[in-house]
Design a protein around this ligand. Structure first.
Ligand code: ZN
Length: 95
């Protein structure tokens, strides 16, 4: 079982959002502060399409159905732990 919420995606191998071609997306140089900030965040990067000239920001991480299962698992875990802590505190200071 993989307890991960974010999965690495590879924009280089995905379709161009503009022309829909596969394998034409390449990393692009950052041109302004915003793009530099995006790049330094490590969760996204600036890409450019060799075919149609599309340029934009694509995420390097993606979520899938396992993300929701993991998230659900963590929520259950947090509530369980919170419940146990509450019960322990009640026993200690309750009576
Ligand atoms: Zn394109």
């Amino acid at each position: 079982m993989q307890l991960r919420i974010f999965f690495k995606s590879f924009p280089e191998t995905t379709r161009c959002p503009s022309c829909g071609k596969i394998g034409v997306i390449r990393r692009s140089r950052t041109k302004n502060f915003l793009e530099a900030a995006v790049k330094s965040s490590r969760i996204a990067n600036v890409y450019k399409c060799r075919e149609c000239g599309w340029r934009g920001i694509l995420r390097k991480y993606t979520v899938n159905k396992y993300s929701f299962i993991t998230l659900f698992f963590y929520i259950i875990l947090i509530f369980t732990v919170a419940y146990i802590i509450t019960k322990v505190l009640e026993n200690k200071f309750g009576s």
